[in-house]
Design a protein around this ligand. Structure first.
Ligand code: PLP
Length: 456
């Protein structure tokens, strides 16, 4: 098949996926189960249902069903902003002078500006279906909070967002977008929860972290009747919803006979990476095809490349179930890197297991190198990328330049998770030449890892 590849491949409405793909069903080594933090026994559906919506708790525990139907209501919301285009980066290829072919799946074409809406709408739907009043959550850079606010507005649910303080201050416009969609936004740590007050007492002046905001959101959910907690990354259910990214990408590739050799995604909690690679990983796990997968993380928060594979708390306040994952320790507070969405101390248990099994590679990249790539991409391809997404751009460009040296005509696919319009303070720092690269020392990481929960 040698159809001419258009700049942008859009699937037809009737080609959109109608089921999500659950990669755990095809994994020989399943991700380790969540554990009850008190008993260290696997978390039951009943226990999880106190915190999460019941249907989402079921999805969390489902390691058997490869395909799960996408409810009609969610499909019709998806149709408002999907399919996301698969773009051939012809201009970037030319500018780099590479024989490689570069594709990116662009998830920034919705008001939230990122892929997070794919899971937000699903989680809001199940909360509504369960008859809940509202949901609580945390947000780092603000993308998840924005996506959830949009989803809650659509289904008429109340939405309480705990926003990591540093982002709350750096990104007032994000906050206002959330409020415009009707959400209630609180900077975290706050004095509105017991765990927030405790963290403030212990670390006065802290700029907060995702782990800490999660603790507050969970507490707010379990202490308010008719509320549940929802999370925008890390969890298996989120990877499941995000598989729509990979399924669309795979359908578009198959339609045009495109066979990616390398698939690259940035990794914060692992949801866009997991969503993009899942169906391809399924083929690899079933022995039908082979691909190289690369997770890209910031050098300032290197959970895969420098963390430990162990059970850890998902949050600073230690109220969530324990997850086995590559982690830097739940007390690890990364430096104020501008890719807020990548500042999480752990990694999805599915991605962690696949990485531990050698099925995924990981690379860490420094902030200034990421922004160099971001600016180059913006000037050549036109899209102003989110700092998180630009981690994937950095490695895609590196791979394409390597092909230029070796003459290999590899096909590279990467996830362009969102736009960076709300990240102009970061771009300003880069443009002014005052951006720094803070990399934690081995001692700092070791000190944090020393506080991992003791498992017997
Ligand atoms: C949240 C976010 C990420 C990182 O989250 P994952 O769960 O690892 O995908 C990446 N890019 C953008 C634009 C985000 O908003």
């Amino acid at each position: 098949m040698s159809k001419e590849i258009p700049y942008k491949i859009y699937l037809e409405e009737n080609e959109l996926p109608r089921q999500w793909y659950n990669v755990r069903a095809d994994m020989k080594n399943k991700p380790a189960p969540l554990l009850d933090p008190a008993t260290h026994q696997p978390a039951s559906l009943e226990m999880l249902s106190h915190v999460f919506c019941e249907e989402l708790a079921k999805q969390e525990l489902n390691v058997d069903d490869a395909y799960i139907d996408i409810p009609e209501e969610i499909l019709s919301f998806y149709k408002m902003y999907r399919p996301a285009p698969l773009v051939r980066a012809y201009c970037l290829e030319k500018a780099l002078g590479t024989p490689a072919k570069i594709y990116y799946k662009f998830e920034g074409n919705n008001t939230s500006g990122s892929h997070k809406l794919n899971s937000a709408i699903a989680q809001a739907y199940y909360a509504k279906k369960q008859g809940l009043k509202g949901v609580t959550t945390e947000t780092g850079a603000g993308q998840w909070g924005t996506a959830l606010s949009m989803a809650c507005a659509y289904f008429g649910l109340d939405c309480k967002v705990f926003m990591v303080k540093v982002s709350y201050e750096q990104k007032p416009f994000r906050r206002e977008v959330m409020r415009t969609y009707g959400a209630n936004v609180t900077p975290s740590p706050s004095d509105t929860t017991a765990v927030g007050r405790k963290i403030l007492e212990e670390f006065p002046g802290t700029t907060g972290s995702l782990g800490c905001a999660i603790s507050e959101a969970v507490e707010a959910a379990v202490s308010h009747e008719g509320y549940r907690y929802v999370l925008g990354s890390v969890l298996n259910q989120v990877l499941l919803h995000q598989s729509v990214i990979g399924l669309e990408s795979m359908a578009a590739c198959d339609k045009y006979g495109i066979v990616p050799d390398v698939i690259i995604g940035c990794a914060g909690g692992g949801s866009n990476l997991g969503g993009l690679i899942s169906p391809f990983m399924g083929r690899k796990l079933r022995g039908e095809a082979d691909y190289q997968f690369i997770a890209v993380e910031p050098a300032s928060c290197p959970s895969l490349t420098r963390g430990k594979y162990a059970y850890d708390f998902c949050d600073t306040g230690k109220v969530c179930p324990l997850a086995k994952m590559y982690t830097l320790g739940s007390g690890f507070i990364p430096s104020a890197n501008h890719a807020g969405g990548l500042r999480y101390h752990g990694m999805s248990s599915t991605i962690s297991q696949l990485y531990d099994d050698g099925l995924i590679e990981a690379r860490s990249v420094e902030q200034t190198a990421v922004f160099e790539a971001a600016e180059r991409f913006a000037r050549i391809e036109g899209i102003l990328p989110a700092p998180e997404s630009s981690h994937a751009i950095r490695v895609a460009i590196d791979e394409a330049l390597r092909c230029k040296e070796t003459g290999e005509e590899k096909t590279i696919l990467f996830g362009l998770t969102g736009t960076g319009y709300f990240d102009m303070v970061a771009y300003q720092k880069f443009n002014d030449g005052v951006m720094t690269d803070y990399i934690p020392t081995d001692d700092e990481i070791a000190a944090s890892l020393a506080k991992l929960p003791k498992m017997d």
